[in-house]
Write a protein that binds this ligand. Structure first.
Ligand SMILES: [Ca+2]
Ligand SMILES: [Ca+2]
Ligand SMILES: [Ca+2]
Length: 289
């Protein structure tokens, strides 16, 4: 006599898993059918271009090989080409972005065009300049659409990387640094202050140096010959990487010698230089003799 066996938890899990596999397989088969039935496609389907920043214009030649209804299209009048913008990360999805990103995309759209050079050669024209500080990368599809049936189309994905060049000056945080330091703490090798500049190209390579300066307000009783010999770099040095200025004078800074020093500091990015001024005021202290 046939008897039902009570199903265990394991049996139930196994049945669900088998059912899931059947569902999964049927969706895979469906996807393959769709893909095999695709009536038009590009060969290849994607490429990446390097577009230099600030280039006045840039043209990339591309030979589209479009297969329509299992036949290579050699008559481009059968095909209409269109540019469709997409997100860099969401390939083949319509472009969605913030207001700023949409504005950037409009900026690119105005500078991008397709030109059929011949029946087989298409030119993708970038009417630059693009600014790498604003747009580092963008992505679009060139769509080939069957002129008789707009539902028959395929996309050729173009990714463009805008190459950065050193086209920005380093900019100091302040055009003038006014620093006060006690003559007691301004001993040799002690830090006085730090200057800092940023560079829109990336500020890793900035080097700082003391260009010029003046030991001002020197006490009147100092020997005049000595004064003419004084160089600012005898009193201060700067760490070229950090921009920290140190006392270099072996006796330290002395209010009775000079109350103020003027320095001109340069930031250099291997190509462009910008300067700032640093005024160092020495504070008088009650020193025991
Ligand atoms: Ca730039
Ligand atoms: Ca740049
Ligand atoms: Ca720069």
């Amino acid at each position: 006599m046939f008897r039902f066996k009570k199903l265990s938890k394991l049996d139930i899990m196994f049945i669900f898993f088998a059912f899931y596999l059947i569902l999964l397989n049927s969706s895979i088969i469906h996807m393959i059918e769709v893909s095999f039935g695709k009536p038009a496609y590009f060969v290849p389907s994607a490429t990446t271009y390097q577009l230099p920043e600030n280039a006045p214009s840039f043209t990339e030649m591309y030979i589209p090989q479009v297969i329509l209804n299992n036949t290579f299209v050699i008559d481009s009048s059968l095909i209409k080409y269109e540019i469709r913008f997409i997100n860099v990360t969401l390939k083949n999805k319509a472009f969605i972005g913030t207001k700023k990103e949409v504005e950037q995309m409009e900026f690119i759209r105005e500078r991008l065009s397709l030109k059929l050079v011949s029946k087989l050669i298409m030119a993708i024209v970038f009417d630059s300049p693009f600014d790498a500080e604003k747009i580092k990368e963008f992505c679009f599809n060139v769509s080939a659409v069957d002129i008789k049936n707009a539902k028959i189309f395929d996309n050729f994905t173009v990714r463009v990387l805008v190459g950065n060049i050193n086209d920005n000056l380093p900019v100091f945080d302040h055009i003038l640094y006014n620093i006060s330091i006690s003559e007691k703490s301004a001993i040799m090798n002690s830090p006085v202050c730090q200057v800092h500049a940023t560079d829109a190209d990336g500020d890793n390579e900035i080097k700082y140096s003391i260009v010029d300066g003046l030991v001002a307000d020197i006490a009147e009783n100092k020997d005049s010959k000595k004064i003419t010999d004084i160089r600012i770099k005898d009193f201060f040095n700067i760490d070229e990487n950090t921009g920290i200025i140190y006392v270099a004078w072996e006796f330290g800074l002395d209010y009775e010698f000079s109350k103020i020093y003027h320095l001109t500091i340069k930031a250099f990015d291997k190509q462009n230089a910008m300067s700032t001024r640093v005024h160092i005021h020495v504070i008088d202290e009650n020193e025991e003799i």
